[in-house]
Design a protein around this ligand. Sequence first.
Ligand SMILES: O=C(O)c1cc(C(=O)O)c2c(n1)C(=O)C(=O)c1cc(C(=O)O)[nH]c1-2
Length: 235
Amino acid sequence: MSQTGPDNRPAWDEREFTEQLMAKGAGYHIHHHFNVRMQQGTLTPEQIRGWVANRFYYQINIPRKDAAIMANCPDRATRRLWVERIHDHDGHGDNPGGIEAWSRLGEAVGIARDDLWSLREVQPGVRFAVDAYVNFARQAPWQEGVCSSLTEMFAPKIHKDRLASWPKNYPWIEPEGLAYFRSRISLAERDVEHGLAVTLAHFRTRAQQEQALGILQFKLDILWAMMDAIALAYD
Ligand SMILES: O=C(O)c1cc(C(=O)O)c2c(n1)C(=O)C(=O)c1cc(C(=O)O)[nH]c1-2
């Protein structure tokens, strides 16, 4: 039975709703001019370093964002899956984790560890955008926080693009530095499987489904605003 909201428009079925979410990929930061230039190989070492140093602020805040979603989630089964995201980034047991891998990317592009961790390169626009993501996760119902992570549907392509093009375009970057991108491909696919299942189950009426598209747009805007701030600072 298709559910209707107060305006009586029929809900999309799961296939159509998923297609609507996927169509949001047209606004992914993969299409931002700074990313296009990064991919074409025309960025200078300073520009690459600027991007890596600023994106680090996103990396260190992802586990805080995920902890906020968990804190809002009363469902133990969901928390058992969600906690893996925190382990992925912070590290767990023998796995040093994604933040450490990003630090190694920093070293591979010529940023000293202390410089990266000092956050002194982080631009105000990047800080505001990332903080908005964490604050959203703190304040919104947990299913909306989950929905906002769905830009990860589009992330495996951007990671694969970097793995394919950086070694030939930026031979000065030590190849071991790219391990973060490699690690994220399967993790993003796993995250999306879970995040999409939660989203399809929670946003049922047409109005709710459109709200989900709005949440995904909010997250696309965060990533886009980060790129704008980085492009402005290093162009
Ligand atoms: O390199 C990228 O372009 C990119 C984008 C995104 C994204 O779409 O939010 C993530 C990541 N990387 C990433 O590595 C990552 O771990 C990640 C977690 C999340 C999230 O919202 O929970 N997004 C992303």
